[in-house]
Write a protein that binds this ligand. Structure first.
Ligand code: ADP
Ligand code: ZN
Ligand code: ZN
Length: 723
């Protein structure tokens, strides 16, 4: 027996000793912890015991014969836990697919087969339905075939009928990983790259096998995806694997099809719509080297690979790469460290790079690759601001805007209208006394959802019926105020009855496959007017859209969040990038009450690339990120004072190093949520290393704090928002 140090998924920043046969680091074990049983990861084996041997418990069972974390992955996890100041066990647990967080061994790699039964064989001699007979015949001649293949060959109804009559059975059989995908690559049509694309492709492919981070800054529709495809190609042909990260809702069938058609290979997909078993299968296939290409969202950055040769992070600026609870890692930052450790290239692509990445490129930490032109005949959309102050509005749209829409629709184009509120209206107000219906748990206005007759709090998911009377003065004159997607859809159907409108927001795309279906219907021109939130801005290629209308984003011009303007510029540019992507000329109109605002003027006239470089110089002058490094302490409690006092006490710890500054506590943008008050403390320093060391030094004191026990607190390294 030796002593193993185990990382457990508990909020304590320490390891736990157990007795066990000697085990390799990265192996999962089941252990007793207090009254619970937990799955932990072995970090190391030691000879000497800190507690006498007979006081130590033995591990209950060893779950793996081969560690689920190989040495590089375990080292990555240890580095990340350190970087985030997060308990190692909890971090390692969240790096694993959910199926491995449970006390179950890694399942064997099996495949579902369809096989002919003796009964089915006898049946073939009798008269039977032609389609069933056909299916049974091919099973007789081909032997058992994979269920998936059978689904393509015969109809689902036929398979079901044959199963029900016991002519065929489904069988799980053990499967040897087939490692020869490399031999099956069949390249689809490869377009001739533009000269800018060719330069980018050549730069990356000339130096595979080395760690270099590239920032591919290419305007919308400039063919970034084509650059990815042509840099992936030589990597796959060498027999190495490729990981492509995409934003949360960017993983559309359109994208997947493009990759499939290019390489003729099955692709491992990892996204939130999968069940645990499906995730685990892709995890195993990537680890065994059985698939060449994995495309996935944030957590796919932790996928183990047998031989990884290239990582790509598409739309690298996208906020969904940052995890906003538990270990608050940023998948882009993890990708950088992973590429560095594996000594492979990494491509960060975006039309609107984050200021962090751009700054790294301008300081030659990353290599900048630029695409200035759209491919083919497509031109960038013309960008304009509409001063709404002098116009009357219908459903929030200025009159000249309605006319523009009419013109584009008549010419056969599609129109995309962006509004940043879902629901019917963002608040309900009493016309008699001015009372606004607030969610008591959040002190925030309820959103009106007229179609379901409910008020909905988008912070805490509190729901209640729409009141008929004012709660304060009993007046019946209660009105919804402001315009959300639902109301706009209703309005546009009235304004343009001869065209079909479709709403694309998180309410309307709820449920698997809903978004792909809507996108498909849009591209078949079943709808001419597209109304939506952020979702519509993400990478979609709608060839028929010629006009993009952006309603009311003025709020972001005056936000307390230093990142608000960057996010706004990214949003406007990405939305504008949906127009005129093929032969039709496109234009974007932004409605504003502040048409002369310097940010809008710069963006419209000089483009994102110019805006971003200017914004960086402003950030520098303001001593703001990315020029100063920040870490946030977040605290929330039902009593405001508890959160406030804990953060004040924490703040007082940061006086030992003059280079480190603690600012706050100040209220989060969502000051109250679900009955809890939420406060923030910013700790900052010019050096990430000094900041890190300083926090690490204070952490034991903070963890032991009595005040800390009365609040929920967490650490957010390099925060991306203060909501
Ligand atoms: P991005 O990813 O930068 O938004 P895409 O890669 O989606 O751009 O390219 C936009 C359109 O241009 C797509 O329809 C794509 O098929 C096409 N395209 C890209 N590169 C080329 C090329 N070299 N020649 C012809 N068409 C191209
Ligand atoms: Zn009232
Ligand atoms: Zn609420």
């Amino acid at each position: 027996m030796s002593i193993v140090q185990v990382a457990l998924p508990v909020p304590m920043r320490k390891l736990f000793d157990y007795l066990s046969p000697s085990l390799l680091p990265g192996t999962r074990v089941l252990v007793e912890f207090g009254r619970r049983e937990l799955v932990g990861i072995v970090i190391a084996s030691r000879g000497d015991a800190s507690v006498e041997h007979d006081k130590l418990k033995s591990v209950k069972s060893v779950l793996d014969d081969k560690p689920v974390f190989d040495a590089p992955m375990l080292a990555l996890g240890q580095w990340l836990a350190g970087y985030l100041h997060h308990p190692l066990g909890d971090l390692l647990s969240s790096m694993l697919p959910a199926g491995l967080r449970r006390a179950q061994p890694l399942p064997d790699m099996t495949i579902e087969m369809l096989e002919l039964t003796p009964k089915g064989e006898r049946q073939l001699e009798q008269k039977m339905r032609a389609k069933q007979q056909q299916a049974l015949m091919s099973l007789l001649t081909q032997g058992a075939i994979p269920l998936e293949q059978a689904r393509e060959q015969f109809s689902l109804a036929v398979i079901k009928a044959c199963c029900d009559s016991a002519f065929v059975v489904r069988k799980s059989v053990l499967r040897e990983p087939s490692l020869d995908w490399q031999a099956h690559i069949s390249l689809g049509n490869i377009p001739v790259p533009t000269s800018e694309q060719a330069l980018a492709i050549a730069t990356v492919t000339a130096r595979l096998g080395r760690f270099i981070t590239y920032l591919l800054e290419g305007v919308t529709g400039s063919g970034k995806t084509e650059v990815y495809l042509q840099t992936i190609q030589p990597v796959l042909l060498k027999g190495q694997q490729v990981l492509v990260l995409v934003p949360e809702i960017g993983l559309t069938p359109q994208t997947v099809k493009r990759f499939e058609q290019r390489f003729g290979l099955p692709i491992g997909l990892l996204h939130s719509g999968l069940n645990d078993r499906q995730r685990l299968t892709v995890w195993q296939q990537a680890r065994s080297g059985e698939i060449g290409l994995v495309i996935g969202t944030r957590s796919a950055v932790f996928t183990p690979f047998k031989s990884l040769g290239l990582i790509i992070v598409d739309e690298e600026h996208d906020e969904s790469y940052k995890q906003q609870d538990g270990p608050r890692y940023h998948a882009r930052d993890v990708a950088v460290v992973r590429a560095q450790r594996d000594e492979i290239p990494l491509i960060l692509g975006s039309a609107t790079p984050s200021l962090e990445s751009l700054n790294n490129a301008l300081h030659h930490k990353y290599q900048l690759l630029q695409l200035h032109q759209r491919t083919g005949h497509a031109k960038m959309a013309q960008q304009n601001i509409m001063d709404v102050r002098s116009h009357s509005l219908s459903y929030g749209l200025a009159d000249p805007m309605v006319q523009k829409m009419q013109t584009h629709l008549r010419a056969g184009g599609q129109v995309l209208v962006f509004v940043n509120r879902r629901g019917y209206a963002p608040s309900l107000v009493c016309h008699a006394c001015g009372h606004v219906e607030l969610c008591q748990r959040c002190d925030a206005p309820f959103t009106v959802h007229k179609s379901v007759g409910r008020l909905h709090c988008h912070r805490c998911e509190n729901v209640r019926p729409v009141p008929r009377q004012c709660a304060q003065c009993a007046s019946h004159d209660v009105l919804s105020q402001g315009v959300g997607t639902e109301q706009l859809e209703e309005g546009l159907q009235r304004l343009f009855p001869q065209y079909s409108s479709v709403r694309v927001d998180s309410d309307s795309v709820r449920g698997k496959d809903k978004l792909p279906q809507l996108i498909d219907a849009i591209n078949r021109n079943q709808h001419q007017i597209l109304i939506g939130t952020q979702i519509l801005s993400k990478g979609h290629h709608f060839p028929r859209v010629t006009l993009v209308v952006i309603m009311d984003v003025d709020g972001a011009l005056f936000s307390v969040d230093v990142r608000a303007t960057e996010k706004l510029a990214q949003l406007i540019t990405q939305l504008s990038g949906r127009a005129g992507r093929e032969n039709r000329h496109g234009e974007m109109w932004l409605q504003s009450h502040h048409p002369d605002h310097p940010l809008l003027q710069d963006l419209i006239h000089n483009g994102y690339a110019h805006f971003a470089r200017h914004a960086l110089s402003e950030r520098k002058a303001a001593h703001a990120p990315p020029f100063v490094q920040q870490t946030l302490f977040r605290a929330e409690a039902t009593e405001l004072n508890a959160a406030f006092e804990f953060l004040n006490e924490t703040k007082a710890l940061f006086t030992h190093n003059a280079a480190v500054q603690a600012l706050g506590p100040f209220p989060a943008v969502q000051f109250k949520r679900a009955g809890r008050f939420r406060m923030l403390l910013t700790v900052q320093c010019y050096s990430r290393k000094t900041l890190h060391a300083s926090i690490a030094e204070c952490l034991p004191v903070i963890e032991a704090s009595k005040r800390g026990k009365k609040v929920r607190w967490s650490i957010d390294v390099a925060p991306t928002d203060v909501s």
